[in-house]
Design a protein around this ligand. Structure first.
Ligand code: UGY
Ligand code: MN
Length: 254
């Protein structure tokens, strides 16, 4: 919160093809699925995104739940704390504990409940699943980022990419974590049809969005729409880590 003696400047930018939204500017929402949690809506169709993403803070013992609606997939990532996840159908039916760095991708055919085992903050992404004819819907996927190996990105040992979701056509999204050592950067300025919802887990640097370099830091959220020119340069002193969503594996609708 800004002190009354401070000036009114802000790093927040909302443009047609991208948004940079520092967390301290996002008011709390109370949502029916999360009655006792503090929810910050990071992205929504109203912004131009084809998905919704929330940052959810839960005091111990509180939680949330969604029934299966047959249409929406959910990705959960524990930023801090620990939750009990109860899956209500499919092969993973039952209880799972997700600690910090733990994640779950839940298919539209499964309802679930989350209960905070301690003070917990998580990211939740909700997206309409795009089924493929003759490809079965995926089963619930549960893992931890600590168990996912980082691959050297385009030959640069200072940029490691962890893919949390397997490369398989039953999935229509990727969730990746990028780690950049100080002074390292994305080797190209990318421009692609896929969109991103990106949350900075640690560090700071410069993000190129549209035609402008912008300073970003831990806990910032960035939405990049289709064909938003983008690049990143890690300024340090700590490595940057960011987790991002990408829609993949589907034909381009005309
Ligand atoms: O996978 C990606 O598109 C990734 N390289 N983009 C990004 O980090 N902005
Ligand atoms: Mn990209």
């Amino acid at each position: 919160m800004r002190k009354q003696t401070e000036l009114l400047g802000s790093r927040t930018r909302v443009e047609a093809r991208y948004a940079l939204i520092p967390l301290d500017g996002i008011p709390l929402s109370r949502l029916p699925a999360w009655p006792d949690a503090e929810v910050q809506v990071l992205a929504a169709p109203a912004l131009g995104a084809q998905f919704a993403e929330y940052r959810i803070h839960m005091p111990p013992g509180t939680g949330g739940a969604y029934g299966a609606d047959g249409e929406t997939e959910h990705f959960l990532f524990v930023l801090d704390g620990a939750v009990e996840l109860g899956l209500e159908s499919g092969t993973g039916t039952g209880a799972h504990r997700l600690d910090s760095g733990g994640y779950a991708l839940i298919p539209p055919s499964a309802g679930y409940r989350v209960r905070a085992a301690e003070d917990t903050t998580l990211l939740l992404l909700r997206k309409r699943y795009e089924p493929l004819p003759e490809v079965e819907e995926f089963e619930a996927l549960i893992g931890s980022q600590q168990d996912v190996r980082g691959e050297v990105y385009m030959g640069d040992e200072g940029a490691l990419l962890q893919s949390l979701v397997p490369k398989d056509f039953s999935y229509d999204l990727a969730m990746n974590i990028f780690t950049f050592e100080t002074g390292h950067s994305l080797p190209v300025t990318e421009t692609h049809v896929m969109e991103h919802g990106l949350y900075v887990l640690a560090g700071k640097g410069l993000y190129y969005l549209g035609g402008t370099w912008m300073e970003v830091r831990e806990s910032d959220f960035i939405w990049m729409g289709p064909f938003c020119p983008q690049s990143y340069y890690a300024t340090g002193p700590e490595p940057t880590r960011y987790i991002y969503y990408k829609n993949v594996n589907r034909e381009i609708p005309l």
